[in-house]
Design a protein around this ligand. Structure first.
Ligand code: DON
Length: 599
């Protein structure tokens, strides 16, 4: 393992090391924490420069980190170089992402983590999803007549803000697994917030597209727009002293300093005093809990594809798509076959029909969670794919219920918009972290407090609470977590992880992950090519084809099969790591600014 104090940010380990790792790190540990900090500080400019070393693909013998921004990936890499583990790297990476990719994720949002604990040989998952305030009711996103609000009218302001989960998630998993001291993991983000970072082209473009809504919050306007109200340009050095102060506070006092005290009061004030005010209270923040949950796994071609169960629909919908396809020979058909895409598209439509009907926060509504992936149920649904043409209409099936079925269900109505981020990390001990993290729409609610943006995750609930008097599973309820599509995934073979991945993209996430898995596992494309392969997916009625790609050539044949076809940009942001007998392969989606760094 290569080490470089210049790129270590002065991280030192808080916990006793495994003897071998200890030897490898002897050089670093020869420094006292103070000396290490001094050495790191002396190298500060170089550290920022070093952050630009990542590439779209990387190989490594020891560890790999992939994230949506080079500075964030470098912070994770620095933690790993210093002998930290996947969780240390995850925390350091997330804290920098909240600064350099603020539109996508951060302290004001929520995240799901799927984690392989190598020492325990145990796969688990952590739910750091936002919660609806205790004062929320099913009519939160309806007008006085009970009609759903317009999407952006619901998003911008305080109404859409759920209790953030990301700070508590980071602390929970760091307490359980971390090796580097909590406060040290804040250094890269603190340094960049104080000294400044260059606004990336993607951030600049997204700010430029959002000027009118960013203007509505004083702090967001002052941060993202210049004195004349013009959007910041790519390459501008941006400092965030408010975020640096927040980080110092959390580094010193832990996540309690977020969920109580001055910061909590400022968050509540911002939500309640915004135009379009929300219901978040100090009690909501105080009572927020991260939930450890059993991962949901589905078999596919001899692998187990594992991910985040409810309140995410990610693993269940992905597992259904793959389960419906398992008896069809996609390998023989190949990636340019319209028949292969017919099967994938209609399997997806069937899975999305179930998702819309049944999937929500199972702590609040009964769900047929096991039934949705039961082999007999999927076999029956897969029969529907046996024809030659597109299915004319698709509706939810009748899976068996985990408990007595409590109530009939109506299909919900929920929309999602671009932001969100994926971090995938494998460390030298073989621990694997796959985390999808979000503030929901780009720039979330547009409310900025303490140098970070507050989420609009509550708009992931169905705006419609009932249909024809029948309740919708994903309706707003106090304390409930909005249904997600996030699909952080770890693929297992013979009880050990072989691949980890995930993506942003709202409900398109599921299709992005499915396409990457099929391209890699069925069609044998190397990981980077599987990610780069054109996105083609279906959610509801239409097949969506990525604009400007060779897949546009499929459109006439898919139309001839009876599909409605739409072509649009489909900006997936897959970050993946393959764990092979020859080492680690990392790959970041060419459509966004992510990189892989491995050693
Ligand atoms: O949890 C979800 O599924 C959404 N809030 C994620 C939003 C997202 O990925 C935006 N997409 N680019």
């Amino acid at each position: 393992m290569k080490r470089s104090s210049a790129r270590s940010f002065g991280f030192t380990l808080a916990r006793p090391l495994a003897p071998l790792l200890g030897l490898l790190l002897a050089g670093l540990l020869a420094l006292t924490p103070a000396a290490a900090q001094q050495a790191a500080d002396a190298q500060a400019p170089e550290r920022a420069g070093a952050a630009l070393t990542g590439a779209k693909t990387a190989t490594g013998k020891n560890w790999m980190v992939t994230a949506a921004n080079p500075l964030a990936a470098e912070a994770g890499a620095a933690a790993l170089r210093a002998g930290g583990n996947a969780i240390d790297a995850l925390v350091a990476t997330q804290l920098v992402l909240g600064l350099v990719e603020p539109q996508s994720s951060g302290l004001g949002g929520g995240a799901f983590l799927v984690y392989w604990d190598a020492a325990q040989k145990r796969l688990t998952s952590f739910d750091g999803r936002e919660t609806a305030p205790r004062a929320a009711t099913p009519t939160l996103f309806q007008n006085e007549k009970g009609e759903p609000l317009g999407f952006m009218a619901a998003v911008v302001g305080g109404r859409s803000v759920g209790t953030p989960g990301t700070p508590r998630l980071m602390e929970t998993v760091h307490r359980r697994y971390g090796k580097i001291a909590w406060a040290q993991l804040f250094r890269p983000a603190q340094h960049l917030a104080e000294e400044g970072f260059a606004v990336s082209p993607r951030l600049a473009a997204l700010i430029a597209g959002d000027v009118e809504t960013l203007k509505r919050d004083d702090a967001a306007r002052a941060y993202f727009l210049d004195a004349q109200g013009a959007p910041l340009k790519a390459g501008t050095t941006l400092r965030n002293p408010a975020y640096a102060a927040t980080l110092r506070h959390l580094a010193a006092y832990g996540a309690d300093a977020f969920y109580g005290g001055e910061l909590a009061a400022a968050i509540v004030r911002s939500v309640r005093e915004a135009d379009n005010p929300g219901l978040l209270s100090l009690g909501d923040l105080r009572e927020y809990r991260v939930k450890e949950r059993a991962p949901v796994c589905a078999p596919y071609r001899g692998y187990e594809v594992c991910g985040m169960g409810p309140p995410s629909s990610g693993a269940l919908t992905l597992g259904q798509i793959l389960g419906l396809l398992d008896s069809y020979d996609l390998k023989a058909l190949g990636p340019t076959s319209p028949e292969a895409w017919r099967l994938i598209a209609d399997a997806s439509r069937l899975a999305f029909a179930d998702r819309e009907r049944y999937m929500a926060d199972s702590d609040f509504v009964p769900m047929p969670t096991k039934g949705l992936l039961a082999p007999d149920y999927l076999k029956g649904r897969a029969e529907l794919l046996k024809g030659d043409d597109a299915l004319p209409a698709v509706s939810a099936g009748e899976p068996t219920w985990d408990h007595a079925r409590a109530e009939p269900r109506a299909d919900g109505a929920a929309l999602e918009l671009p932001s969100t981020t994926q971090v995938t990390i494998v460390d030298a001990d073989g621990n694997v972290a796959s985390m999808t993290s979000t503030i929901e729409a780009g720039f979330g609610s547009r409310l900025m407090v303490g140098g970070f943006l507050l989420n609009n995750e509550l708009t992931d609930f169905s705006f419609r609470s009932h249909k024809d008097g029948v309740p919708v599973a994903n309706r707003v309820e106090p304390g409930k977590r909005p249904r997600s599509s996030m699909a952080p995934t770890i693929v297992m073979r013979d009880g050990t992880p072989v691949l980890a991945l995930g993506s942003p993209g709202g409900s398109q996430i599921i299709g992005y992950v499915a396409k990457t898995l099929i391209a890699h596992l069925d069609w044998g494309l190397p990981l980077d090519q599987a990610i780069a392969a054109p996105n083609v997916l279906a959610r509801f009625d239409a097949v969506e084809i990525e604009a400007g790609t060779a897949a546009e050539g499929l459109a006439p044949e898919l139309k001839a099969l009876g599909f409605e076809v739409k072509t649009a940009p489909m900006t997936s942001g897959v970050q993946a790591v393959a764990i092979t007998p020859d080492g680690l392969i990392g790959a970041a989606d060419p459509r966004r600014e992510g990189v892989a760094i491995g050693e």
